[in-house]
Write a protein that binds this ligand. Structure first.
Ligand code: SAH
Length: 237
């Protein structure tokens, strides 16, 4: 059993690690939005990842979360969130709940988050921790998110945290006029992070940067791989 003092010390260390992460990985790379910074400072990222990796929770890299999936590098979470330009009242659709970490960040930044995940075990774990964190403005669904969430559409913003081969039509349709979607599009191994704005009669596309996400697997994404491929285990499920 850890003594109370020890437990307290460990908690303090995580807070320190998180402050260091914000300073060295996020502020130093030009993320300035006070609301995004504040959300990332507050949310205990380590609680979203497997316990064996808690010591690496505030490192400058993506981490495995089980089922061949990954949680994004903290900077990427901040960068994508900042690009959505949220003010506090929006309805946001997230595709790829994963651990629920990015969902929790969004829940601090907007009015309501609708998050879709296709792997049951990940979603169940994410639901548990989101409840524990008292993120009450989050709704989740086990589904192929390449279809979006038609019953709750349209959305002010859409965040896709898995790489698509092309822009999924249902997601474009479910974006409000004036809304923004941030989505990685490219090959299975490397994508461009795109920012799509829906204007009154056209979509404007901005290429933000290179990125590397796990595959968006679904009808409007990549086909599921039927056989285990040791070189791309992340696309197997
Ligand atoms: N944002 C997450 C990381 C997500 S990794 C976090 O903060 O932890 C990408 C996630 O997208 C994986 O969990 C994967 O299972 C999920 N995913 C892939 N294709 C999907 C689809 N069609 N619908 C819903 N989720 C999908």
């Amino acid at each position: 059993m850890k003594s109370l003092k020890e437990t307290h010390k460990i908690r303090m260390d995580y807070t320190k690690a998180r402050e260091g992460m914000v300073r060295e990985q996020i502020l130093s790379r030009g993320i300035r939005g006070p609301r995004v910074i504040d959300a990332i400072k507050q949310i205990p990222r380590h609680l979203f990842i497997p316990e064996a990796l808690h010591g690496q929770a505030y490192g400058d890299f993506a981490l495995p979360i089980g089922e061949g999936q990954t949680i994004s590098q903290p900077y990427m979470v901040a960068y994508m969130s900042e690009n959505l330009g949220l003010r506090g009242e929006e309805r946001v659709l997230e595709i790829g709940t994963g651990t629920g970490y990015h969902t929790a960040v969004l829940s601090h930044l907007c009015g309501r988050v609708y998050s879709v995940e296709r792997i049951r075990s990940l979603l169940e774990q994410a639901r548990r921790i989101l409840e524990q964190m008292q993120c009450r403005n989050v709704m989740t669904r086990l589904f192929d998110g390449s279809h979006g969430w038609k019953e709750e559409a349209p959305f002010d913003a859409i965040l896709v945290t898995a790489g698509a081969p092309s822009l999924p039509r249902p997601l474009m349709e479910q974006l409000k006029i004036g809304g923004i979607m941030v989505i990685p599009v490219g090959s299975r191994n490397s994508q461009r992070l795109l920012k799509i704005r829906r204007g009154p009669d056209q979509f404007l596309e901005e290429d933000l940067r290179e990125c590397n996400f796990v595959a968006l697997v679904g009808e409007h994404g990549w086909a599921k791989r039927e056989r285990y491929d040791p070189y791309s285990p992340k696309d197997y499920l």
